[in-house]
Design a binder for this molecule. Structure first.
Ligand SMILES: [Zn+2]
Length: 612
């Protein structure tokens, strides 16, 4: 291990974590792991590879987590610290790799938020583990619990084992392995992917003609049957194809091949694979392959609009904006880009205004295929970071926008008609996302909004000033609410006074029986109003009421009765069984609802007996 290169970084780690290299073997290992990993992570992010749950992004996430764990376990780091190492890394390597320095403000927040998220996972796992150890009967933790910690909470297994060991606990490995095996089996049956053998009709490679035409006569090179999740379909490879295979965020084309439907086109090992629900008739003969033209046009509108939004975003927000990903379907587009804060509504509107102006300029597509990459850069083409380009690239130019791109484009921007941004959100630290629609979908959106406004206006008697009418309705409603509250208080007070008047003597208690049809809210509302009235009188209310067929029982007891040992909550709990209900409450007041109004009399009698 060449520690010389790493010396400044090791020193920096020691400074931040309060330790020194060369004193303790375990500490040294941890410091070397962190010094090595921060380099890998920072370079990956610089190359545009953000931590995620998929593929290469997942590898980066795991490397980062490994470093955080070493810091957590051996250097006692309970807070994010790795991101603080980035300036040191740039000092060490920024001259050799200027891109690192350029992207510093992108790298730091990404690492910091990843670290913080993982530390929260660690904290949660440790809390759960503590609880398991506290509640364990002996010194063994169930293997199922350990598995759940890892599987559900993402808590690393080696850390669980370490903590258990430190506390003198063990786990049941047999149970753990069983749980793991069970989960694997579930996964296998869900993902079963049965691939048949390729049937080769002709040797050869595919020629893609889909930039220039949507329909071509072609021949099948080979095909195979695939079964997945109980469904069967065929993968077909063609000699010539106009079908664009899913790539760079643009979905694959659909269409027909002779008598068969092509429901998707995927790319496998850079090969266009057409997905068919059945095989075409006369599969050995020449067949016509035809792309669904309207769908492709909608995709081309949305895809071209990502170039336009890219240009507009850079113009409005600044040249730090770079494309970080996109998803283009016939219905909408999604565009991810680097930017450090929320795009304000004003900025967003300016982007939308500029993009629509760009569309109306009706810039023609200027495409040059097979351009050497050096020449493309000379032309000022924007290349995506982290994307690997061959020497031979395709340059797409519309007016001032020049990009390297392999997607499908419209012949001039006017064909897009219009673009409307639907929303702007955050995807990861330093990465924002815009979702938008174009062309006919803009009409649909406009119609839907128009209908909504017309409906609202109709509800408000076609008021010319809609906002004013809504505002008026809201204030009126608030006024009415207040009036009702006042009115309710008055009504409850009258109800209370009527109840008090009806009090009769019962075993030395002033007792009020409430029966018949009474709203539950009235009962619940009136009982608290009695409390202050009878602080030194033996006073009780027993309710057995009904509203809309539903029974309710209630009890109020004055303080002297509570002091004498009566408990309204317990009385109600016991009597509620007569009305097939449940409920309870405090010593001085309790209520219960039920399902059987027939039992009200029996409940009333039980409550009266309890007062004796
Ligand atoms: Zn493009």
């Amino acid at each position: 291990y060449d520690t010389d290169v790493f010396q400044p970084m090791l020193h920096k780690i020691g400074e931040i974590c309060g330790c020194e290299y060369g004193k303790d073997e375990k500490t040294d290992i941890a410091m070397r792991v962190i010094a090595d990993h921060i380099r890998t992570i920072a370079f990956a992010i610089t190359d545009g590879q953000l931590p995620s749950n998929e593929k290469a992004g997942y590898v980066i996430r795991r490397i980062l987590r490994r470093a955080v764990r070493y810091g957590y376990t051996f250097l006692g780091q309970r807070e994010a610290f790795m991101y603080r190492l980035v300036p040191q890394l740039i000092e060490d390597m920024g001259d050799a790799y200027p891109e690192l320095r350029k992207q510093e403000q992108q790298i730091i927040p990404v690492i910091k938020s990843e670290e913080e998220a993982f530390l929260r996972t660690l904290d949660k796992g440790i809390t759960l583990l503590d609880k398991l150890m506290r509640e364990a009967k002996g010194k063994e933790i169930s293997g199922v619990d350990v598995f759940t910690l890892k599987d559900t909470y993402g808590f690393p297994l080696d850390l669980t084992e370490l903590i258990l060991r430190e506390n003198g606990f063990t786990t049941n490995e047999e149970e753990y392995n069983k749980a793991l095996e069970h989960q694997k089996e579930m996964g296998r049956s869900a993902n079963k992917h049965d691939l048949g053998d390729w049937v080769v009709l002709r040797e050869g490679d595919t020629e893609f003609v889909g930039y220039d035409t949507l329909e071509v006569e072609t021949q099948v090179l080979r095909y195979r049957k695939v079964s997945q999740k109980g469904k069967e379909f065929y993968q077909v490879v063609l000699a010539k194809t106009p079908f664009y295979a899913e790539m760079g965020g643009q979905v694959g084309d659909t269409g027909s091949l002779g008598t068969a439907r092509i429901i998707d086109t995927k790319r496998e090992n850079n090969l266009a694979v057409h997905i068919c629900t059945e095989l075409p008739d006369a599969i050995e003969q020449p067949l016509v392959a035809k792309v669904d033209a309207d769908r492709r046009q909608a995709i081309a509108c949305n895809h071209t609009c990502t170039h336009i939004l890219h240009y507009a975003l850079r113009t409005v927000l600044g040249q730090h904006v770079e494309q970080k990903g996109s998803l283009v379907t016939p219905d909408s587009l999604r565009f991810d880009f680097s930017h450090y804060q929320k795009v304000t509504p004003e900025e967003l509107r300016e982007v939308e205004r500029l993009a629509n102006q760009f569309i109306r300029m009706d810039y023609a597509l200027e495409e040059s295929r097979h351009t050497p990459i050096a020449k493309a850069r000379e032309m000022g083409a924007m290349a995506l970071f982290g994307e690997k380009y061959g020497d031979d690239v395709r340059v797409i130019k519309y007016g001032p926008s020049i990009e390297l791109c392999g997607g499908c484009h419209v012949s001039s921007t006017g064909r897009i008609g219009a673009v409307r941004i639907l929303m702007e959100t955050s995807v990861a630290a330093g990465v924002r996302r815009i979702e938008a629609v174009t062309a006919a979908k803009v009409d649909e959106l406009y119609f839907a909004q128009q209908d909504m406004l017309a409906n609202l206006r109709g509800l408000l008697n076609n008021a010319p000033d809609l906002a004013g009418a809504v505002q008026k309705a809201i204030s009126e409603n608030a006024g009415l609410k207040k009036e009702i509250e006042t009115y309710m208080v008055e009504k409850l007070e009258q109800f209370r006074d009527r109840l008090i008047e009806r009090a009769e003597d019962y075993n030395g208690i002033k007792l009020v029986r409430v029966q018949g049809e009474v709203q539950p809210d009235m009962v619940r509302g009136v009982l608290p109003l009695l409390r202050g009235r009878f602080t030194d009188v033996r006073f009780a209310v027993i309710g057995a009421t009904e509203w809309e067929g539903k029974p309710m029982i209630s009890v109020f007891l004055s303080q002297p009765l509570v002091d004498a040992g009566l408990h309204a909550g317990q009385m109600i709990k016991s009597a509620a069984k007569h009305i097939q209900g449940g409920g309870g409450g405090q010593a001085w007041m309790a209520t219960a609802g039920g399902r059987n109004a027939e039992g009200l009399q029996a409940a009333m009698e039980e409550l009266l007996t309890a007062l004796k």
